[in-house]
Ligand binder design. Structure first.
Ligand code: PMP
Length: 356
């Protein structure tokens, strides 16, 4: 039976990425060698890295003065790389979920941290609004999409300070005005590639402003200056990332992807809102993520949760169990998830309602 992959990450990748990467694992660029057994300094791989960097710049319309790097260590390493490189005295953090809180915790190792607002009081089911950011902070850190709670900041904030964003779970899903940000980082394992590589977009002007010594591998400058080849990069994930970026471009780029993502999300949220058995955990439309759609059984039907899980599973839906800190269900609708998969889930919800 066809599987409909709603996992939150690692998660669905385009078939194009899986097939091409599988082929390159056997025979990479006609070398007769696997992509896993060629030097990262070979001309074939150098070309992969250069193309991947160029495509990120092209797809996201990255302006002059910014560099794109691919590094290891996951988004979690960026939680400390950001303050290491940017925090002199004080930084502001917006607490919209446990990843945001983890980023904030790391920053405290480097200076004063001001939590400008938090939605923890309601289990992170909304995005705080109207908060003020002191003008003298080195930067404001936000998590644009909160993978666990299904909230998303879909506009580019402009609060008069440097802006750093963890876009791990919504990068490439919607157009972003890069010029509003100083650093954007994202672990690959949602919209890009298998885990093992992180992409960062760095405004060069934001660097070189801290007094501390920075360990070589955590210094953005190192990776910028060496074209992400200072040390051995995660070769296979970078190869896969190039495939996904190529697929993105061939399928109309970010605008086209966003249109499809909004359609998929609307389809599912509409069913959640109109089906009396289910309830979205995020009420405000403008806060609802188009990548991670969280819903629970309505209180009076709470005991039917297992039944719906069984029905959805019988239709091929995989990975819809909500994160333990929210419960219920979470359907992740990343770029590579076809509309058909959302239709199957919605049909299961309708069938469930008619059966009960
Ligand atoms: N930030 C967000 C928004 C996430 O969803 C995750 C989990 N994938 C992380 C950071 C941590 O990423 P990693 O596992 O790559 O360190």
């Amino acid at each position: 039976m066809k599987k409909h992959n709603f996992y939150a990450g690692p998660s669905i990748l385009p078939e194009f990425t899986i097939k091409n990467t599988a082929e390159a694992v056997v025979n990479f660029a006609g070398t007769g060698l696997s992509v896993m057994e060629v030097s990262h300094r070979s001309k074939e791989f150098v070309e992969v890295m250069e193309k991947a960097i160029a495509l990120v710049k092209e797809l996201l319309d990255v302006p002059a003065g910014y560099e794109v790097i691919f590094v290891g260590g996951g988004a979690s390493t960026q939680f400390c790389t950001v303050p290491y490189n940017l925090l002199n005295k004080k930084a502001a953090y917006l607490n919209t979920g446990s990843w945001a809180a983890k980023a904030q915790k790391e920053a405290k190792l480097f200076g004063e941290v001001i939590e400008v607002a938090s939605s923890k009081d309601k289990n992170y089911n909304y995005i705080p609004k109207g908060f003020e950011v002191p003008a003298d902070v080195d930067y404001l850190h936000i998590t644009s999409n909160n993978t666990i709670y299904g909230t998303e900041i879909k506009t580019d904030l402009d609060l008069g300070v440097r802006l750093v964003a963890d876009m791990s779970s919504d990068i490439f899903s919607r157009p972003v005005d890069i010029s509003k940000y100083d650093i954007i980082y994202a672990g690959a394992q949602k919209n890009l590639a298998p885990s093992g590589v992180t992409v960062a977009i760095v405004k060069e002007d934001a660097l070189g402003k801290v007094d501390r010594a920075i360990p070589t591998m955590l210094d953005y400058r190192t990776h910028i200056d060496k074209g992400s080849m200072f040390n051995t990069p995660p070769v296979l994930p970078v190869y896969a990332a190039l495939q996904t970026l190529t697929w993105l471009k061939d399928n109309g780029g970010i605008q086209a992807m966003n249109k499809k993502n909004v359609e998929k999300a609307t389809l599912l949220y509409d069913e959640i809102d109109n089906n009396k058995f289910f309830k979205a955990t995020v009420e405000a439309q403008e806060d609802r993520s188009i990548m991670n759609i969280c819903f629970v059984m309505n209180e009076e039907y709470a005991e039917l949760e297992k039944d719906f899980m069984e029905l959805a599973t019988s239709k091929g839906c995989v990975g819809i169990k909500g994160h333990r800190s929210v419960g219920g269900f979470r359907a992740s609708t990343y770029n590579a998830l076809p509309r058909e998969s959302v239709e199957v889930l919605v049909a299961a919800m309708k069938e469930f309602a008619s059966k009960h």
